[in-house]
Ligand binder design. Sequence first.
Ligand code: ADP
Ligand code: TMP
Ligand code: ASP
Length: 239
Amino acid sequence: MILQKLDLLHRGKAKDVYRTEDDDLLCIHFRDDLTAGDGTRKGSEEGKGRAAGLISAYLFRYLSDHGIPTHQVEVMGPQDILVKSLSMVPVEVVVRQVAAGSLVKRLGLPAGQVLPRPLVEWYYKRDDLGDPLLAEEHVRLLHLLTDEEMAQIRSLALGIFRLLSQRFKEANLLLVDMKLEFGRHPKEGFLLADEVSPDTCRLWDEETGSSLDKDLFRQGKAPIVPAYREVLHRLGLEE
Ligand code: ADP
Ligand code: TMP
Ligand code: ASP
């Protein structure tokens, strides 16, 4: 399929979304920009968009080969992915296997503690409110998802986490936690959308426990691109 990207529809914090010649398809462009704390910390590193784009494209392909419905149609270039245009659910679905980040801050668990089973959390995708954690009652109150839809998305998210944990383990990486986004397709139901990359996951080296993900930026430790390239390398993608 040879499609051109047309006008810019949306400029997000790390990616641009373009219209294409096909109204049902969009082009997502991964930029070098990085933000944390709902955009309060901003940065940019050459090569970040390329590394995150390549990793995400590979993982979406991997998931789709293992039966997960995703938005990805085709890789147009290392930073440009052709995707199905979806009505996005304004909920960020976080799956955790190891205590880190906001779970440690909120509940006082020791960082690095392995959880008895994967934990699924819902966050309201609203930068103006600071993406708050949602109880399932809040998801119902805001009519974001029905109970049946929450069950469906939870099961998809846990399946995705299981598949990716195994794949990262082969690369000597521990998948600590990850953030997923889903969108509704008029004919195909919920599809995994957005991206899966070290921008949206915590990945720790299995031996040393060091971070190979955006936590380096969140903690003010630049540069991050060598870590992202190490993930690319360990997945057998390049270098
Ligand atoms: P944000 O500023 O919201 O953090 P990004 O910089 O990642 O976002 O920009 C990408 C935007 O594209 C996000 O708002 C995401 O929800 C949206 N998006 C991702 N996949 C799709 C899709 N398949 N269809 C429509 N929108 C999508
Ligand atoms: P947290 O511990 O900060 O809540 O993050 C949980 C996971 O979600 C972690 O892998 C990082 C990812 N994440 C995002 O991708 N985007 C976000 O806005 C936040 C807050 C977390
Ligand atoms: N959502 C946060 C921001 O964009 C990023 C993060 O911590 O992952 O500011």
